[in-house]
Design a protein around this ligand. Structure first.
Ligand code: FAD
Ligand code: NAP
Length: 565
């Protein structure tokens, strides 16, 4: 973003990075906004990021969390708890440790590349401890309502009512950061399945699925091929008598383990790749994408092929599903046309007889029961928020939602950048455009998103572009040209290497001094997380071979890129 444009956005003369790195480093030039009293609702990934960013910007901040611990969704419970996300016992992260961390705290060395929920939850607690967040969190305290104060039009303040062991209390805050997650309210589209009311077996949403033992010997139908449906199907295939997985529109199914065994996101989520997506004609980029997805197996032959092949709808990350299909332990079927008392009839006329259990792995809807619907409208799961964060029609920009939009990148870094921007707006360091401009931009972006991600993925966004855009608002977007001139080794990793979270706290306000080292050592940490048997004749290389193979093309593109305004 040009300096002028940034100045317009920030409203503060020093909130830009061009050539100013030394000054940011020294600290005094860091923009300092008005101190505010801020409420954060929820202490999951988003809430911890919001709390930390708000405190970092020297605001008095209270975080309200209805449970007794941090980590939100990542805390497994034996039974689903009302108002909270609920996961099954075997959930692993589908982003690797270098991409799923906060930008200012790499994961401990002993962690594997992809983490079980217990380990990731441990990391979230570590983050809260390292940044001394726990004493700002009021556990067992539920936010019952938030309402505009009587003087909202002048002050933008909110009245927040909380409940602690049945006792309610009202307090006034200058601003509220809503971090309550969006995998709480199940989407159970029973109206789409005629006959389900006559079905005599058991049916449920996956929210109530916890582990495979109780399904041993049963005939199970899973509806929905998202990450949840695929995980549950693969898991049940070992104990259930029969597992059928029904999908109405298919999905690309990818492995967590990519070229030469590196985590998929270390190889694929790069600025270079994002740059190619931007400059290549859509037809070529679609062709490359499809080829990449088809590398391991033909989705057509496995009955998985997505109806809209070119859509960048979130892929399913599953290393076992293809094996289950090829071994016959999971059978892929089209959409369910109807249920009878004991069977499911599919669109192709085939029938699964004697179904014991139907698990609807049909995703989630989001809701904010503690505030007026008109503030954040959920119309068909579309996001009515400017840049996925601010309600554009609110008279004062003092309420922000953190963690609602999602991208292929890990959530912690996205929420960190969203929170830094939100806090900067609340403190008056950055300014939002006029309402009409925001509404217009929002509509345009929604249409573009539908075209790119498909209709069912309205909460999705492109990771690198989205992060860069928000970072440009707060003066933290990595300046590639400057980096190439001053620190080419780092610049190379920033452009061709994984677009890891550390990049977004490399320079500018919120700079983390460990970011450079974290970027330069990310491949070594990745290898260390799996190589426990060292063979000394190995040729040591921490560079991914795919990048080496493509060296010539990137150099050429780089030249174009650098010359690009
Ligand atoms: P949550 O984790 O849901 O936290 C919300 C918190 O708010 C909770 O602690 C809740 O108790 C609290 N709360 C809610 N309402 C109130 C209230 N009224 N008052 C007080 N407190 C309240 N994303 C990835 O990036 N990588 C992954 O590998 C990944 N895996 C996933 C696996 C599953 C099975 C699911 C369902 C999602 C996964 N996601 C993944 C996406 C996931 O949403 C994020 O990882 C992340 O957990 C979202 O964090 P959050 O803080 O926004 O919400
Ligand atoms: P999801 O991604 O929203 O997938 C829901 C599936 O249900 C889709 O395949 C959808 O089909 C289908 N569906 C919805 N309504 C339907 C209807 N009326 N009829 C037929 N099919 C219908 O939900 P999810 O799999 O629970 O995942 C939610 C989030 O959690 C995702 O971000 C995911 O990445 C994450 N997650 C991660 C892991 C992990 O390994 N870390 C595990 C589980 C979940 P269409 O595609 O046709 O819309």
């Amino acid at each position: 973003m040009a300096i002028g444009a940034h100045l317009l956005n920030s409203g503060w003369p020093f909130a830009f990075t061009f050539g100013m790195d030394g000054l940011w480093f020294a600290g005094p030039m860091r923009p300092r906004g008005e101190e505010k009293r801020i409420a954060v609702i929820g202490a999951g990934i988003s809430g911890l990021a919001a709390l930390k960013c708000s405190l970092e910007a020297r605001n008095w901040t209270a975080c309200f969390e209805r449970s007794d611990n941090v980590g939100g969704l990542w805390n497994f419970t034996e039974h689903a708890v009302d108002g909270r996300a609920s996961i099954y016992r075997s959930v692993f992260t589908n982003a690797c440790k270098e991409m799923m961390c906060y930008p200012d705290l790499p994961m401990p060395d002993k962690y594997p590349n992809f983490m079980h929920n217990t380990l990731f939850s441990e990391y979230l607690t570590l983050y809260a401890k390292v940044y001394d967040l726990l004493r700002h969190i009021r556990f067992k305290t539920t936010v019952i309502s938030i309402q505009k104060s009587s003087d909202f039009l002048e002050t933008g303040k909110w009245d927040v009512v909380t409940e602690y062991y049945g006792k309610q209390k009202s307090s006034t805050f200058d601003a509220v950061l809503v971090c309550t997650g969006h995998h709480v309210y199940p989407n159970l589209p029973l109206q789409s399945f005629p006959g389900i009311d006559k079905f005599k077996g058991e049916y449920m949403h996956n929210r109530d699925y916890k582990e495979p033992l109780s399904y041993a010997g049963k005939r199970v139908l899973i509806v929905g091929l998202g990450n949840t449906g695929a995980d549950i199907a693969a898991e049940l295939s070992r104990t259930a008598e029969k597992v059928w997985l029904s999908t109405r529109s298919g999905s690309w199914v990818m492995s967590r383990v990519w070229d030469n065994g590196y985590p998929w996101d270390m190889v694929y989520l790069t600025r270079y790749q994002s740059f190619l997506n931007k400059i290549l004609p859509r037809a070529i980029s679609d062709w490359l994408y499809e080829n990449m997805m088809e590398k391991r197996f033909s989705h057509k032959n496995y009955g998985l092929v997505p109806l809209n092949k070119s859509s960048r709808k979130e892929p399913v990350f599953n290393d076992e599903l293809a094996t289950c299909i090829t071994c016959g332990t999971v059978v892929i079927k089209p959409n369910v046309k109807e249920f009878t008392e004991s069977s499911a009839v599919f669109d192709d006329g085939s029938v699964m007889e004697n179904v014991d259990v139907v698990i609807f792995a049909t995703g989630y809807s989001y809701a904010y029961p503690f505030m007026d619907d008109s503030i954040v409208k959920n119309s068909k799961n579309k996001v009515s928020l400017y840049k996925g964060v601010f309600p554009p029609k609110l008279e004062k920009p003092t309420l922000a939602v953190i963690g609602l939009v999602q991208s292929l990148g890990g959530i912690p870094s996205t929420t960190d950048v969203q929170a830094r921007w939100a806090v900067a707006v609340i403190q008056g360091i950055c300014k939002l455009p006029p309402t009409e401009t925001m509404v217009k931009e929002l509509e345009e972006e929604e249409n573009a998103k539908e075209n790119w991600f498909g209709r069912s993925e309205t909460l999705s966004t492109d990771y690198v572009s989205y992060m860069d855009e928000l970072c440009s608002f707060i003066g933290s977007k990595p300046n590639l040209l400057y980096l190439f001139l001053t620190d080419p080794k780092l610049a190379w990793q920033v452009f061709f290497g994984p677009c890891s979270p550390y990049q977004f706290r490399l320079k500018g306000p919120g700079e983390w001094l460990g970011a450079r080292d974290a970027i330069l050592n990310q491949w070594d940490r990745t290898i260390r997380a799996s190589r426990f048997r060292v063979v000394h004749s190995d040729t040591e290389s921490s560079f991914p071979p795919t990048v080496v193979k493509l060296l010539f093309i990137p150099l050429l593109l780089l030249a174009i890129f650098l010359a690009w305004p």
